[in-house]
Design a protein. Structure first.
Length: 109
């Protein structure tokens, strides 16, 4: 019988060359090249967007129960307008509205 040929025997001829570390280009050169080639930046866009229609309100009120309800756009706009007028969170506006409704119902009976 003949001896089997080692298929990996000649791999020693291919020596792995150590990669030479090239110096990193300065950030200004990278930025200039990116602008010339139209490469988009990962930096956030400047805050030139229009202000949101309403500012967000964050209150620490101790209320921690959500009451998800569906309503019309008009109902939401009325709730927001009342909350803005009273300078109160939505939960307080709803609580006051429910208290007023309870007083109205108790008075008509």
């Amino acid at each position: 019988m003949s001896e089997r040929v080692n298929p990996l025997a000649n791999l020693d001829d291919f020596a792995v060359k150590a990669r030479e570390k090239k110096p990193k280009p300065p950030p200004e050169a990278i930025e200039r090249l990116a602008q010339e080639t139209g490469f988009p930046s990962r930096q956030p866009a400047p805050a030139t967007l229009a202000e949101p229609a309403r500012k967000q309100r964050r209150y620490t009120t101790g209320r921690n129960v959500q009451i998800p309800v569906k309503g019309t756009a008009e109902t939401k706009a009325l709730l927001e307008a009342l909350a803005d007028e009273l300078q109160e969170p939505y939960g307080e506006v709803i609580a006051r509205a429910l208290a007023a409704l309870r007083r109205e119902l108790d008075g008509t009976r």
